[in-house]
Design a protein around this ligand. Structure first.
Ligand SMILES: Nc1ncnc2c1ncn2[C@@H]1O[C@H](COP(=O)(O)OP(=O)(O)O)[C@@H](O)[C@H]1O
Ligand SMILES: [Mg+2]
Length: 261
């Protein structure tokens, strides 16, 4: 049996639910343009969360299907990541396809490039936390600045501001472009909890269906530390609990005299 089949078999017994109904922290990895590192960050994040033993799903919303390719490559012996692919040619609607196993605790969405307007707003609506990868080059900083501005102006962000962070990717610190990126983020008061270095470790990991976390070797220590910092920031947002508690409050009014835990 192929890895993919083995992997699917593990999850098949479980009902799929709309991502809107998940009791999970749903993380959107998005940027206005391609090539900034959305897939690299989505796959590494999913692998890291899966390693913690928490049920993790990776939604590939980019028609290029790069995250889905990674899921298919992933060794069945590694902590599983459930892959969901949106099929642009399907007759079903996107929201029907955006379903994940009910026990998912972390959903990571690899967004398509170039989203704006209502499509961007819809994706924001269905997620609890947003990561924007940015490469510290002048052109990337300019397009990302515009994109972050658009994100902050979506109806759903204005109504309920989700935690948002920039992940500086392929960073060469101490360069002029890096300095400009820092200045820009500080001016918007947007955190950038980690910087990922430009390394072949990422290129190799992608082609092997792995994340940095799947390499215990010393050669990956520095990258693992970069990821630990990002994961700590995500955990500190405490989204899962807050979101679920709010949902419980909305859907099941507590009986008289009882308190929600
Ligand atoms: N930190 C990194 N170090 C080295 N190569 C990287 C890094 N991040 C991304 N890349 C490479 O850059 C290219 C674009 O990254 P990718 O994650 O596919 O971007 P996106 O999904 O935003 O289009 C890929 O070939 C990827 O392997
Ligand atoms: Mg991609």
């Amino acid at each position: 049996m192929e890895n993919k089949d083995l992997y699917s078999a593990k999850h098949n017994a479980e009902p799929l639910v709309s991502i809107q109904a998940l009791n999970a922290c749903r993380i959107l990895v998005i940027n206005g343009k391609g090539g900034a590192g959305k897939t690299t960050i989505s796959t590494n994040l999913a692998a890291w969360l899966a390693h913690r033993g928490e049920r993790t799903s990776l939604l590939d919303a980019d028609p290029q299907g790069s995250s889905n390719f990674w899921v298919k490559r992933r060794d069945a012996e590694l902590p599983p990541v459930y892959g969901i692919k949106l099929d642009a040619n399907s007759r079903t609607t996107n929201s029907f396809q955006m379903r994940a196993p009910k026990s998912t605790r972390w959903l990571v969405t690899d967004a398509p490039p170039g989203l704006c307007g209502p499509a961007l707003d819809d994706l924001v609506r269905d997620h609890d936390l947003i990561l924007v990868p940015v490469m510290p080059s002048d052109i990337d900083i300019r397009t990302s600045a515009r994109f972050i501005g658009e994100l902050l102006l979506t109806q759903n962000m204005r109504r309920n501001r989700r935690p948002l962070a920039v992940v500086a990717n392929r960073a060469k610190q101490q360069t002029n472009a890096w300095g400009r990126l820092e200045k820009f983020l500080l001016s918007l008061n947007i955190p950038y909890p980690t910087t990922l270095r430009d390394s072949q470790n990422y290129v190799r990991a992608y082609s092997e269906g792995r994340g940095i976390v799947d390499y215990p070797q010393q050669s990956h220590l520095r990258d693992r530390n970069d990821w630990e910092t990002l994961i700590r920031w995500i955990d500190a947002q405490n989204i899962s609990n807050a979101w679920w508690k709010e949902k419980l409050t909305l859907t099941t009014p507590p009986e008289k005299g009882s308190e929600l835990a």
